[in-house]
Ligand binder design. Sequence first.
Ligand SMILES: *Cc1c(COP(=O)(O)O)cnc(C)c1O
Length: 379
Amino acid sequence: MSPRIDFRSDTVTRPTPAMRDAMLSAQVGDDVFGDDPTVLELQSEAADMLGFEAALFVPSGTQANLIAMMTQCARGEEAILGQQSHAYRWESGGMAVLGSIQPQPLENGHDGTIDLAQVAATIKPDDPHFAHTRLFGLENTIGGKVLPLNYLQAAGALCQRYGLIAHLDGARLMNAAAQTAQTPRTERLSGEPGAPSTTAPDAAAIRAAAKAICAPFDSVSLCLSKGLGAPVGSLLLARREVIARGVRIRKMLGGGMRQVGILAAAGRYALAHHLERLTLDHRNAERLAEGFKALSIRPGALAHRLTVEPAQTNMVFVTVDAVVAPALAAHLQSHGVGCSGFPLVDGSIRQRWVTHLDVDATDVDETLEILAKFSTIAA
Ligand SMILES: *Cc1c(COP(=O)(O)O)cnc(C)c1O
């Protein structure tokens, strides 16, 4: 059973009634034959929206990243990726196992970027001793953090200069876009006059920001099943010939699906209706982070036992001291509140709280009350 208030991940969202209606009435056909009209529409709409020639609907983000690797790197070639990147760390080593592609991980900085001078220095010379360095991959958002546009552009320029493929794991691309579109105009377009605006960006502004984020990359993967709220599915976007090779790799990986328009309809619905609301998730994450901050300084069991990082898009990371971590976890569980927890070497727990369309401001406030209760009772 999932927790009543579920902050474990934005993958836990369930399709809304309107999304289910769209699924119910979807036109379908056999997509392995290329006959499913809803899949074809989703693919061409997404490609247009993000400025690519073509797109491919696949079962998962893991498969989208793997297809990007296997279509653009040959066996024995290597890909430079972040030490913290999903494709390197959280995908069961698939690129090495299934693609015979060697990962070359580099440290991510605190802001999620990878130092580009170090990337350039890591590209291996053309020498029979070395694997051929073929691809550089970034992730945006990474740990909820948005990579700056000018950094992405510099990364794209570096790839062009050295003949590397540039791949973006944009599982949460739209969260990055909603945040980028929100940045006051005066900061985005330096030198332009006008009062900074903090009003929530509309869907068109988010689509424009997403396109700008994608522009420096040869390929981008995007999850429909996270903050966008679809039950299943990811997209890979790239040049037409890469996507054509991707169809074969998808089949090889067991990802060829039949009347899958029923799922593509959910993805189309998400891209059409769930962009603007991402800003709400970001505000709820801020609300949660502020509440945690207050609890960490107020007298009580949690005083000076929490380290709260500022909210980043839809994520809040809180490190809980080893002394209170087990009791706090039990308290949250008994009140039906779920978050993710990763043990650190000193015994403390790094909690990850993710906001999404199935938690609202009331859930955040109730969670903060439940935490306040722990702070009073356990003190
Ligand atoms: C979730 C995620 C993926 C893919 O996950 P699936 O569960 O395979 O859909 C890839 N990259 C990042 C950064 C993710 O967060």
